[in-house]
Design a binder for this molecule. Structure first.
Ligand SMILES: NC(=O)C1=CN([C@@H]2O[C@H](COP(=O)(O)OP(=O)(O)OC[C@H]3O[C@@H](n4cnc5c(N)ncnc54)[C@H](OP(=O)(O)O)[C@@H]3O)[C@@H](O)[C@H]2O)C=CC1
Ligand SMILES: O=C(O)[C@@H]1CCC=N1
Length: 268
């Protein structure tokens, strides 16, 4: 099977790296196409990939085509791709917002899988949600799922609304976690810790809390209760967060990303 990734940026390159060693590719190397000459040059030194700077040379004979450009680059790319495609090729979009209907229309394609990946895929801890158009067969879907799973785990969703919703939770989510980390780092620095000590305190706190959560069946709410003593320090912090409606504000932020994903789909 020949797999092509279009757009070798944060997401495209991450998925290309994950998929490069997938046994499903058998003897074929993972194909990558990008328009940035610098990326082409760097990638050409990497013998895991077959690197292309002309779409004509790679697209027509690829079986599965991952599209990982920014949504605002998709229109121009689709125009270029359309005459080179056949109806048996499976198009897998990693782009936020862009709908299956738009992709089918702009490419005159039938088999489209829309996904929402996330950046922890870079360390094999990604989560990708995906859904498909009617013409994608069960076998093709399993095959693509196996490719997606080379970067972590995946969940199948029934409608594209859940793809937009997962953009608000897991797609953009790593940035919310980094935002929280940045806030705690800044607090630690203000309290007088060195850069190094602040980083150790914050990163181990996150890592430890996530490990506790993952190794148990206990909700975050119950874990909070295990940390907080009555009238103690944690309760003072949680009360401050509750007084400032932090939970509602985080939910509002997740909905803002969800809404923006829907809006991006309408822009196309
Ligand atoms: N970053 C993230 O955490 C996530 C991103 N996504 C989605 O992934 C997609 C890619 O995002 P990201 O990887 O961050 O973006 P990047 O800008 O890092 O990567 C996109 C790459 O595609 C190249 N490119 C632009 N136009 C074309 C074209 N016509 N043909 C081939 N290559 C082209 C870009 O080149 P140049 O730099 O020269 O423009 C760049 O190398 C987006 O649609 C985004 O919504 C989804 C979930 C998470
Ligand atoms: O910010 C964005 O639009 C993309 C989609 C999810 C994460 N990054």
């Amino acid at each position: 099977m020949k797999v092509l990734v279009i757009g070798a940026g944060n997401m495209g390159f991450t998925y290309a790296e994950g998929m490069a060693s997938c046994p499903l590719l058998s003897k074929h190397k993972l194909r990558i196409y990008d328009t940035d000459p610098k990326k082409i040059e760097t990638l050409s030194q990497d013998d895991r990939f077959e690197v292309y700077h002309n779409l004509e040379d790679c697209l027509p004979k690829s079986d599965v085509v991952f599209v990982a450009v920014k949504p605002y680059h998709s229109e121009a790319l689709f125009e270029q791709m359309k005459p080179m495609l056949n109806k048996e090729q499976v198009i897998v979009s990693l782009m936020a917002g862009v709908t299956i209907d738009t992709i089918q229309q702009k490419l005159n394609a039938k088999k489209v899988i829309r996904t929402m990946p996330n950046l922890p895929a870079q360390v094999g801890k990604g989560v990708t949600s995906y859904t498909e158009s009617e013409d994608v067969s069960k076998v093709e879907l399993i095959l693509v799922r196996n490719l997606l799973d080379t970067t972590g785990t995946s969940i199948h969703v029934d409608t594209e609304t859940f793809i937009d919703a997962s953009t608000g939770i897991s797609g953009s989510g790593p940035a919310y976690v980094f935002y929280f980390m940045q806030s705690m780092l800044e607090a630690a620095l203000k309290m007088g810790f060195s850069d190094y000590d602040s980083k150790v305190l914050v990163s181990n706190t996150f890592e430890g809390a996530i490990e506790l959560f993952n190794q148990s069946n206990i909700s975050p709410e119950r874990w909070i209760n295990k940390v907080a003593s009555k009238g103690g320090t944690t309760q003072a912090a949680i009360d401050s967060m509750e007084d400032n409606n932090i939970k509602e504000l985080i939910q509002e932020a997740a909905y803002a990303a969800f809404d923006r994903a829907v809006e991006l789909g309408k822009d196309k």
